[in-house]
Write a protein that binds this ligand. Structure first.
Ligand code: PBG
Length: 327
C-alpha cells in the first residue's frame, strides 16, 4: 500500500523513541516539599499521605541527605510551629521553626537549594493566610508581616522565598523589604496562580493549617478562571517575581501552558498533596501502577511548559530518570 507518512516509524524502537522525545526531565529542576516541626527524634507519618513524614530538626538531615544523594535539586521547607497566635508571630520569629531549620539544613546538607514557603496559615490560630479584620483577611496589614517573614528567612539562609498567601501586592512588598536589607540577590518564586482547591486537603492535615472558619476563596483563585490567572502572573512579574508558580498541577496544566506563553520568566508547577494522596490510595489498592502514573504526571507537567516541578514524588522521579524510565 502506498503510504508516505508513517508516524509509527519514529516509534519503532526504544532508541528512536528516546531520540525524538519532545520533553526531557531534569533532576535539577525537581523540588521536594518537606515538613519540619518542633520536638526531638520525631519522624511521624502523615496519615493521608503515606510515605510522607513530619520531621523534627534532628531527624530532618537524614531526609535531606537522601534527597541530595538522589540528585533532587531543591527542597521547599514548610514549618509546623508548636504555638500559634492571631498574628502568626512564629512565621517571622528569629528562632522560629523554619529559621532554625534553615540554619541546620544549610550547615549539614549544603548541596541542596533551599526554598522557603512564605505564608501565615501554619502560624495563625485561625488558620487563615493573613491577619483578620472581622472575618476577612486584611490585605495591606498582612503585607508587612509577609515581608518580615521573607526577610527572616533570607537572614537565616533561604536561597529563595516563595510567597503562597495570595495577598495583592505581596511580591512588591517582599522585594522592597529584601532589597532594603541587603538581599537584592534573593529570588522570589511567587505562587502567583494559586487556586482555592480541594487538592490541598492532605497538606492542611499535615501542617495543621485548615482555616477554623470559612474558606480561602476571598484570596485564592476561582478554578473556573484562566484569564484571571494570567492577570495574576503578569502582575507578579511586574512586581519583581523571578519565577511564577501555578498550583495545583495536574488539573491545571491548561493554565500552566497559557501562563508559559505570556510570561518571560520560568514557570513552576506544584503537584500538591491531594494529587499525591490519590495516587497512593489507588496504588495501595492495587488499582494503578504507581511508578508509571508518577512518570506520566511529571512528564505531562513539563510538556505543558513548566520548567520547575515541585512534587512529593521528587526522590522517586530522580530514580526513574537514573533508570532511564523517563527523561
Ligand atoms: C500555604 C500553602 C498550602 C499549600 C502550599 N502552601 C495550603 C493552602 O493554601 O491551604 C498546599 C500544598 C499541598 O497541598 O501540597 N498557604
Amino acid at each position: 500500500m502506498e503510504m508516505i507518512q508513517r508516524p509509527r516509524r519514529l516509534r519503532s524502537s526504544e532508541a528512536i523513541r528516546k531520540m525524538v522525545r519532545e520533553t526531557r526531565v531534569d533532576k535539577a529542576s525537581l523540588v521536594y516539599p518537606l515538613f519540619v516541626k518542633e520536638g526531638i527524634d520525631v519522624k511521624e507519618e502523615i496519615p493521608s499521605m503515606p510515605g510522607q513524614y513530619r520531621y523534627s530538626l534532628d531527624r530532618m538531615p537524614e531526609k535531606l541527605a537522601s534527597l541530595a544523594d538522589a540528585g533532587v535539586g531543591s527542597v521547599m521547607l514548610f514549618g509546623i510551629p508548636d504555638v500559634k497566635d492571631e498574628v502568626g508571630s512564629g512565621a517571622y520569629a528569629e528562632d522560629g521553626i523554619i529559621q532554625r531549620a534553615l540554619l541546620k539544613a544549610k550547615r549539614e546538607v549544603p548541596d541542596l537549594f533551599y526554598i522557603t514557603d512564605v505564608c501565615m496559615c501554619e502560624y495563625t490560630s485561625h488558620g487563615h493566610c493573613g491577619v483578620l479584620h472581622g472575618h476577612d483577611v486584611d490585605n495591606d496589614p498582612t503585607l508587612e508581616l509577609l515581608a518580615r517573614t521573607a526577610l527572616s528567612h533570607a537572614q537565616a539562609g533561604s536561597d529563595m522565598v516563595a510567597p503562597s498567601d495570595m495577598m495583592d501586592g505581596r511580591v512588591l512588598a517582599i522585594r522592597r523589604k529584601l532589597d532594603e536589607n541587603g538581599f537584592a540577590k534573593t529570588p522570589i518564586m511567587s505562587y502567583a496562580v494559586k487556586y482555592a482547591s480541594a487538592f490541598y486537603g492532605p497538606f492542611r492535615e499535615a501542617a495543621d493549617s485548615a482555616p477554623s472558619f470559612g474558606d480561602r476563596k476571598t484570596y485564592q483563585m476561582d478554578y473556573h478562571n484562566v484569564r484571571e490567572g494570567i492577570r495574576e502572573a503578569l502582575l507578579d512579574v511586574e512586581e519583581g517575581a523571578d519565577i511564577i508558580m501555578v498550583k495545583p498541577a495536574m488539573s491545571f496544566l491548561d493554565v500552566a501552558a497559557k501562563v508559559r506563553e505570556v510570561v518571560n520568566v520560568p514557570v513552576a508547577g506544584y503537584s500538591v498533596s491531594g494529587e499525591y494522596a490519590m495516587v497512593k490510595a489507588a496504588a495501595m489498592n492495587g488499582w494503578i501502577d504507581e511508578d508509571r502514573i508518577v512518570c506520566e504526571m511529571a512528564v505531562s507537567a513539563y510538556r505543558a511548559g513548566i520548567s520547575v516541578y515541585e512534587t512529593y514524588f521528587a526522590e522517586e522521579i530522580a530514580r526513574f530518570i537514573d533508570e532511564g524510565r523517563i527523561g
